[in-house]
Ligand binder design. Sequence first.
Ligand SMILES: C[S@@+](CC[C@H](N)C(=O)[O-])C[C@H]1O[C@@H](n2cnc3c(N)ncnc32)[C@H](O)[C@@H]1O
Length: 190
Amino acid sequence: MIKIPRQEALNNRSEPEVVWLLYTLIRLTRAKTIFESGTYTAFATLGMARALKHNGSGKIYTVDIEDYVSDEVKNSKLAKDFIEFIRGNGVKVAENFPVKIDIAFIDSCHEGTYPLEEFKAIEKLLNPNGIVVFHDSISYKSVADAIDYIKRLPNFELITLTTPIFEWRDVKHNLPSGVSIVKQIGSFEK
Ligand SMILES: C[S@@+](CC[C@H](N)C(=O)[O-])C[C@H]1O[C@@H](n2cnc3c(N)ncnc32)[C@H](O)[C@@H]1O
């Protein structure tokens, strides 16, 4: 486990409001299987795990190329009951993933076309009416480009919401991160 300075941890994790949004989506849809790319310290993962606990069952598969999760979190009852930590590249893991999912949270690499590649791999895993949530869809061009692409697909609808800008967040731009909710509308026969 890598020790992260507090400010860096605050800068990199999702806003509490985004975690509440994920919590609420899981509760409203009674989602059972979640895929997350970009675990980091598991801040959002734990929020989603609480939603599964309150739903009564479910599993989160969370992927990261690094391991930033403390042993305390890994050994917690919440994690043991609801979270499976996977070390790997988000796209590669999704491409070979054997389980169908209800909700995905994409918050990993923000470079080039990576967010779109991740979406394309994750799309194949979605159960009918599945949901994909993107973090940083306002502040990062790579994520905004992925959203622009998805907007044109006939089988998805989406909404982008702004997120609060906190004084304590030490970012190089003055943009809200933004969060987009992408929902599949009907599944096509192949
Ligand atoms: C912004 S942090 C994620 C924050 C976390 N979702 C939260 O809400 O607290 C981005 C994470 O993505 C991971 N990451 C970067 N590239 C990745 C990739 N190709 N596949 C999987 N994880 C990746 C980084 O190691 C980092 O932990």
